[in-house]
Write a protein that binds this ligand. Structure first.
Ligand code: B12
Length: 352
């Protein structure tokens, strides 16, 4: 079976696969019923669904690194919850058994190499995500003070720090990348290792969006070069700040942007491209399980009247894990961050 078809088949079968895997794990590891609370058993089932979602994307894109990165991320979370990595490994083994039983030769050819690579990485890799606010990086001290203010619930102080930094001459671009982006990554790390709550993450994220908006008088001052970039997150993607940073720095460089944010249906994106006469479409995805939606959206645009000419750039977490993923989704280019995204947009505009 062709690998796109195989990944679609796994998608269709995912509830069956999740149930069979969970039942197999409980049958082979009956002590889990005693060792785990009802909530942990529930989470184990939920995790199996996640394993399948990430695996589907890795199979479709022929990208072992997407699955291995997910396993290492989950290992770190489980470590911090005091759960042994052995449980995760066994869960992946039972998932493999279930998939082998369902797909036979297709399993051996297209799924086994990805699962085996992930298991091997789990075996040999010590995971300990380091702080994103490393000493020696530009503006780390400011980023640390900014995050400390947010974590104590003082967004006014955090806002004042940023306003003062801009007035002291620190370029907006540097504040975006070294302060906002790095503190968002650090917040993610702190959540992942159980040091902050979801509520704290939500507070900090909302506060940073508000503080970024206070900088708009500086951002919307640059003469427009007549190139329009329509920017959107794909499908059910909720992470929108990365894309917002991309469009803000584009505005600052003279590009005209039309930012749609998170959770936009494909039909609306396609009509907005026409209405805005966009030259470039920028698509963002953070969750790996949205990569196939990026591909489906690009396929749909390319088969829509007038959709062949628009240049399409992509970015976000999974594209940073696998540097070739942008080709798989059919984009014209990819950039790792908002600074290089601006350069890419000008480059794509020249090519159109
Ligand atoms: C804030 C946040 C949220 C918020 C988002 C709110 C919002 N309004 O955006 C909420 C609470 C909704 C959320 C939800 C979830 N989140 Co979250 N979230 C984050 C967090 C802490 C910060 C995201 C962020 O703002 N990053 C800062 C921006 C600037 O960085 P960026 O996105 O990478 O963008 C840069 C580049 O990638 C690039 N770029 C981005 N887009 C584009 C587009 C183009 C065209 C180009 C060229 C470049 C480009 O340029 C950007 C700027 O330089 C991250 C941590 C992290 N490492 O990012 C976790 C994180 C992404 N979340 C994570 C998870 C697991 C989830 C949930 C599944 C949690 C849950 N159990 O519900 C859900 C999934 C929601 C969904 N369906 O989309 C994990 C993902 C792990 C993984 N292995 O995939 C992370 C990494 C946290 C962690 N360390 O564990 N989250």
């Amino acid at each position: 079976m062709e690998r796109t078809l195989l990944s679609q088949k796994i998608k269709t079968d995912r509830e069956l696969i999740a149930t069979n895997t969970f039942e197999l794990q409980m049958a082979k590891m009956p002590e889990l019923m005693k060792r785990y609370s009802a909530r942990q058993l529930d989470k184990t089932q939920q995790d199996i669904r996640y394993h399948i979602q990430f695996l589907i994307e890795a199979v479709s894109a022929k990208s072992p690194v997407l699955f291995a990165n997910y396993l290492l991320w989950l290992k770190e979370i489980l470590d911090n919850l005091g759960l042994p990595p052995e449980d995760l490994k066994m869960s992946i083994h039972y998932l493999a058994d279930t998939l082998r039983g369902l797909y036979g030769a297709d399993y051996e050819q297209d799924i086994a190499p990805i699962i085996n690579d992930g298991l091997q990485k789990l075996e040999i890799t010590e995971v300990h995500t380091e702080t994103f606010l490393k000493a020696g990086l530009a503006h780390t001290e400011l980023a640390k003070r900014y995050l400390a203010a947010l974590l104590t619930g003082d967004r006014h102080q955090a806002n004042e720090m940023i306003q003062a930094a801009v007035k002291s001459g620190i370029p907006i671009k540097e504040i975006y990348l070294q302060v906002f982006q790095n503190t968002q990554y650090e917040i993610g790390r702190l959540w992942q290792i159980g040091q902050i709550t979801v509520a704290q993450e939500h507070y900090c994220t909302a506060a940073s969006q508000f503080i970024m908006a206070q900088l708009y008088p500086y951002i919307f001052t640059v003469p427009n070069q007549g190139i329009t970039v329509l920017a959107t997150c794909v499908g059910r993607e909720l992470h929108e700040i990365g894309l917002r940073m991309v469009t803000d720095l584009m505005e600052l460089s003279g590009l005209n942007t039309y930012y749609l944010g998170a959770n936009v249906p494909a039909g609306s994106i396609i009509s907005a491209i026409k209405e805005q006469q966009a030259d470039i479409l920028a698509i963002s995805a953070t969750m790996t399980f949205h990569v196939s939606e990026v591909k489906a959206l690009i396929d749909q645009i390319r088969t829509t009247e007038g959709g062949q000419d628009i240049k399409i750039m992509v970015g976000g977490y999974p594209f940073n894990i696998d540097g070739n993923l942008w080709k798989h989704v059919g984009a014209d280019g990819y950039a790792a961050d908002s600074e290089t995204a601006v350069l890419l947009a000008y480059d794509l505009a020249k090519r159109s």
